[in-house]
Design a protein around this ligand. Structure first.
Ligand SMILES: Cc1cc2nc3c(=O)[nH]c(=O)nc-3n(C[C@H](O)[C@H](O)[C@H](O)COP(=O)(O)OP(=O)(O)OC[C@H]3O[C@@H](n4cnc5c(N)ncnc54)[C@H](O)[C@@H]3O)c2cc1C
Length: 430
């Protein structure tokens, strides 16, 4: 059974090459009954399944491909708090009371991730050193100062660092203007974290199947019936956790986001002294450039960098060339290193840049649209969905539950992002 298929031809993923064994191997071949059916084997689905199983709820999870096939097995592994947008922006979009609950729930998302890692002894290279939202230029500091103030008012463990400090913690000649250091955050091996969630959910009693895409979901005899190629599951409630990988069988999810690509490059292991010098305290970095770039060193001393874009066809060379130039500018000490891995994945973007939890029909929840930040949020939403399903009380759920939400011109906007980033990367010759 294929473990981790590339997004586009010619890709190879560092995470797939260094993964722990997948704890799930079965395909659904029977007719099952459950209290809750979860569709999608990423952080959201597996956190939901794990927390439901811990409550003793009969839960079945179906994954179309393999565990972590979606964004959860492909991402940069930065375990950041909150969302991209600032807390005051969230409040301005969804109101004071809802915004405060939302911001507080996600402020603590790294803690939930790292607590799960510890509680279940997960082998996913979890490193709680923190992350830095780092300025690429002096002008970005005004924005970061304001963001830091808002996060501190929310009670987040963040501090503003000055130019000398950001230069020392990054070892980059570009990152010498300052940034926001979040000590609650950190990094993980993303595919190993999602596989570890699956393992923990299995231990707690969840039944999990892969290569088991739902092909239809309908209401029958007061239950939801999901049919796959070789089996079916009847359940009282359903969580559609298909997010940016939603296919035509979770149309309501697919229409609620704009699918946008991010790609990553990882070098061969750097010579130890060189690897030790870059981000010497092992912070994960994400910067303030228009084409946001993240950088981190993995456990083998590889430099792993990500930015916006797909790697299909001729785009691959343009994007990889841009990333090489970017790396040489940000970390000239690593300019001789060759890229050994190059891969991409899809994220779900929303117009408001705020994630959404839809109630597509009675008993069918669909969280999606994490806008490229889903390690913490997916884990948190899964836990809160599980708690809400168990208690039956939606008032405690910290995210607004909406009915049918549609993004307009989704395909057109996806193309605009794709070609827009490509044009920027093509003309950026620095
Ligand atoms: C390259 C990249 C870098 C990123 N970097 C970061 C980062 O550093 N930090 C961070 O916080 N976030 C990051 N993200 C975002 C993060 O990875 C996602 O937000 C998160 O993984 C979403 O998790 P999920 O469980 O909601 O969805 P996914 O992990 O996408 O899972 C959805 C699953 O649903 C399955 N599915 C679809 N249709 C069906 C069906 N019909 N039946 C059954 N299963 C189905 C898919 O196969 C897929 O496995 C990044 C994303 C990418 C792509």
């Amino acid at each position: 059974m294929p473990e981790h298929l590339p997004q586009d031809a010619g890709e190879n993923s560092l995470w797939a090459a260094t993964a722990i064994p997948n704890p799930v191997s079965e395909q659904l071949q029977e007719k099952l009954q459950a209290d809750v059916l979860v569709v999608g084997g990423g952080y959201t689905g597996l956190s939901t399944a794990l927390h439901l199983a811990e409550h003793g709820v009969a839960v079945v999870l179906l994954e179309a491909r393999s565990i972590g096939f979606g964004g959860s097995g492909r991402n940069a592994g930065l375990v950041n708090a909150g969302v991209w947008k600032n807390p005051e922006y969230v409040v301005s979009k969804i109101g004071a009371a809802a915004g405060e609950k939302f911001n507080l729930a996600l402020r603590d998302s790294p803690r939930l991730v790292f607590d799960l890692v510890e509680r279940f002894g997960m082998q996913c290279d979890a490193d709680r050193s923190g992350t830095i939202n780092i300025a690429h230029g002096a002008s970005a500091m005004r924005y970061l100062e304001d963001r830091c103030r808002q996060l501190q008012e929310l009670g987040a463990e963040v501090e503003l660092i000055d130019g000398e400090h950001s230069h020392r913690l990054s070892a980059s000649p570009v990152y010498r203007h300052g940034g926001i250091l979040d000590r609650s955050a950190g990094t993980i091996h993303p595919l190993n974290y999602v596989r570890s969630l699956a393992k923990a959910a299995l231990v707690c009693g969840a039944r999990i199947y892969q290569e088991s895409a739902i092909e239809s979901l309908s209401r029958q005899d007061n239950r939801w019936l999901a049919v796959t190629a070789n089996g079916q599951v009847a359940a009282q409630q359903v969580v559609l956790a298909t997010n940016a990988y939603a296919d035509k069988n979770s149309q309501g999810v697919r229409e609620s986001i704009v699918p946008v690509f991010i790609f990553q490059c990882a070098t061969a292991p750097l010579e130890p002294a060189l690897a030790a010098g870059i981000t010497p305290e092992r912070h994960g970095l994400w910067d303030t450039q228009t084409l946001m770039t993240s950088s981190r060193i993995d456990r083998s001393g590889r430099l792993v960098m990500s930015s916006a874009g797909r790697l299909r066809g001729p785009q691959r060379g343009i994007r990889a060339g841009w990333m090489t130039r970017t790396r040489n500018r940000l970390f000239p000490q690593a300019r001789a290193a060759r890229w050994e891995y190059l891969w991409s994945g899809r994220v779900g973007v929303t117009s408001s840049k705020i994630l959404r939890v839809q109630l597509l029909a009675p008993g069918v929840f669909a969280p999606a649209g994490y806008n490229g930040r889903g390690v913490g949020p997916g884990t948190v939403i899964g836990k809160h969905l599980a708690d809400t399903i168990v208690s039956g009380n939606r008032d405690d759920f910290p995210f607004p539950i909406e009915t049918l939400y549609r993004e307009k011109w989704s395909a057109l906007r996806a193309g605009y992002y794709d070609y827009g980033t490509l044009a920027l990367q093509f003309v950026d010759r620095r």
